[in-house]
Design a protein around this ligand. Structure first.
Ligand SMILES: O=C([O-])CC(=O)C(=O)O
Ligand SMILES: [Mg+2]
Length: 618
């Protein structure tokens, strides 16, 4: 039997799921008969939802609420979804096992990718738990290299939208488009204009796979809540003729807008983001072309909470690798000679951070820069060459004889560290690698271009051509190397070691700017994670299975730095920063979907002052 008050509450809702839920609860509870009933429906992110906005069926259709067969009988009945699911109850662990079996049944990585996309669209917690607990196996699927293939085929695989597409035609209305995004509490935006997707070039709106993939790692590796993440593609057209002629292409079928109009568009976008989500919203630039990446970073770094992952994230992970390699080569950073193949944004980012690290070892900036050479499409960056040194790489131009043959350059300069950021697959030829082995006892060879087809050499090539003496890392994963009867597991110098941790540290402290030194701090933290066991198997990074731990460690160091440098906006400063960071981490475990019923007395809740008796004789 229900009290009159309870009955009237039941009548307030016109939705059958909620009605049943309340009925089930009220039938059980006698306390509600006599007290005021208060119901809060929470979605899994903790948002309080109005119960009559949420129907029972939403718990199956909304990936954020869906638990599939893991709904208990009580939940199924309370939510009005009993009968909509098969009779069997499954734990999340059982579901994970089924997912693993399903993925293994697909032979093609792109099909595995599609399975995971579909899972994310269906059951968010299951997706993130599966990903977070199987990083080594699934990172190459949701991320590099498979995500590159997914971008190339995006027209074919595009099903359900994820993230926002903002086009140049929306100029003047970007804020209104951001308002269409249904989540109010966005803390981080990863965005691309699709002009330099990995090493694959201009993929226009097909580039959307990249911000989506990066943000999956925000959650899986650093525990940033999914509803706080927003992937965006800025569609300003494409100069990729194949795409312009591709009937499947989903973006604007026009050439890229450039110049003043492009700049105004990006200005408006940056401003609209902070207007919509607050000044401390983290804005991560991803896969912009060289002509824009560096100059936009310079333009915005002191105005917004922003960084460029390809410049700064890649630099940080590469410098961490160089730091760890010191333990093997026994050469200080400042004792190396560095030669970069490629002089684009990644090369300049790594070179600048390496210079900062050498300065920290005691060199002057000029002395440090003298140890860094770059070789681009025109040859060695020599001030004497025709056309001189490009503006963006001025710091690394040298007053030496021009040289356009890369192999000859490696022989002449005798670098001890060779760093590939060229997107030219196979550019580190056997001859180049053999020369590196002749230059020094333990040459450092980084083939950082992505995806795998763009890597400057394979791990096996590097070992085979240096008598197994090299220290190797690559941006995309390679299978284990066999050399001289021993197996080596080389590391992946990919910015995924860095950006999730930086983002978590920044978000949890509401940091308003990200200084370059944060990337050096992140590099040191990462390098400290490399164990002797890692080095013994040829790896200068911790294993991918440690990525979560590493990301949290980086976040804590970033948070400390944010307070030390007065960049944080969360005050008072938490006493225990590690605890503060850890407390904000997303849980991918299922929670109860039962509506919460409170039994409380209004005066306890609101501390209502008892009504004073009216004095008589007034
Ligand atoms: O996405 C990756 O694997 C690394 C990266 O940022 C790039 O290559 O642009
Ligand atoms: Mg990138």
């Amino acid at each position: 039997m229900f009290s009159t008050a309870s009955r009237s509450l039941l009548c307030c809702t016109n939705n059958i799921g909620t009605h049943r839920a309340l009925a089930a609860i009220l039938a059980k509870s006698s306390a509600v008969e006599t007290s005021l009933l208060c119901r809060d429906y929470h979605d899994v992110t903790g948002n309080i939802l109005c119960p009559n906005v949420l129907r029972g069926i939403d718990h199956l259709r909304d990936p954020r609420l869906n638990k599939g067969l893991a709904f208990t009988l009580e939940e199924r009945q309370a939510l009005g979804i009993h009968g909509l699911l098969a009779a069997k109850f499954k734990s999340q662990e059982e579901q994970i096992e089924i997912c693993r079996i399903s993925i293994d049944r697909y032979e093609e990585n792109l099909n595995k990718y599609l399975y995971l996309v579909e899972l994310q669209d269906r059951n968010e917690k299951l997706f993130f738990r599966l990903l977070a607990e199987n990083i080594e196996k699934l990172l190459p699927i949701v991320y590099t290299p498979t995500v590159g293939l997914a971008c190339q085929r995006f027209g074919l695989i595009y099903r359900r939208p994820r993230g926002l597409f903002i086009t140049i035609n929306d100029k003047g209305h970007i804020f209104n488009i951001l308002k269409n995004w249904p989540e109010p509490d966005v803390r981080a935006i990863v965005f691309t204009d699709g002009e330099r997707i990995l090493g694959l070039g201009d993929l226009g709106a097909y580039g959307m796979g990249i911000p989506v993939g990066k943000l999956s790692l925000y959650t899986a590796l650093a525990g940033i809540k999914p509803h706080q993440c927003l992937p965006i593609t800025l569609d300003v057209g494409t100069d990729n003729q194949d795409l312009l002629e591709d009937p499947l292409y989903i973006g604007l079928r026009q050439r890229r807008t450039r110049g003043k109009e492009y700049d105004e568009f990006i200005d408006e976008f940056m401003e609209a983001c902070v207007q919509r989500y607050g000044q401390n919203t983290l804005l991560q630039f991803e896969d912009f072309a060289l002509i824009n990446a560096g100059r936009l970073l310079k333009k915005y770094r002191n105005k917004y909470c922003t960084f460029n992952d390809d410049i700064q994230g890649t630099a940080s992970v590469a410098v961490a690798g160089l730091m760890a390699a010191v333990r093997v080569t026994k050469r200080k950073l400042s004792e190396n000679i560095y030669l970069f193949l490629g002089a684009g944004s990644a090369a300049n980012g790594i070179a600048s951070l390496t210079v900062a690290a050498m300065v920290a070892e005691g060199l002057t900036e000029q002395q440090a820069q003298e140890r860094v050479y770059m070789f681009d499409i025109e040859g060695l960056l020599s001030t004497r060459r025709e056309g001189g040194v490009p503006e963006h790489a001025k710091a690394f131009g040298k007053d030496v004889e021009p040289e356009s043959d890369f192999e000859a350059c490696v022989a002449k300069i005798k670098p001890s560290c060779l760093i590939g950021c060229s997107t030219v697959g196979g550019a580190f030829t056997p001859k180049v690698l053999q020369q590196m082995a002749a230059n020094t006892h333990r040459p450092v060879i980084f083939a950082l271009s992505n995806p795998t087809s763009k890597a400057e050499c394979t791990a096996q090539d590097a070992y085979d051509n240096t008598e197994g003496r090299c220290i190797f890392a690559s941006g995309s994963p390679f299978p284990p190397v066999k050399y001289d009867g021993k197996e080596y597991h080389t590391g992946q110098g990919n910015n995924s070691y860095i950006f999730p941790g930086i983002a978590l540290g920044v978000i949890t402290t509401a940091t308003h700017h990200i200084p370059e030194t944060m990337f050096l701090t992140a590099a040191r933290t990462l390098a400290n994670y490399v164990s002797e066991a890692d080095l013994a198997i040829g790896r200068i990074y911790p294993s991918l299975s440690e990525l979560k731990e590493v990301s949290i460690a980086i976040a804590i160091e970033v948070a400390k730095m944010a307070y030390d440098e007065g960049l944080a906006s969360v005050y008072p400063e938490p006493k225990d920063l590690a605890k503060h960071v850890n407390n904000q981490i997303y849980s991918y475990y299922y929670e109860s979907s039962m509506p919460v019923v409170w039994d409380w007395k209004p005066e306890e809740k609101f501390n209502v002052r008892p009504i004073q008796p009216v004095p008589k004789n007034i």
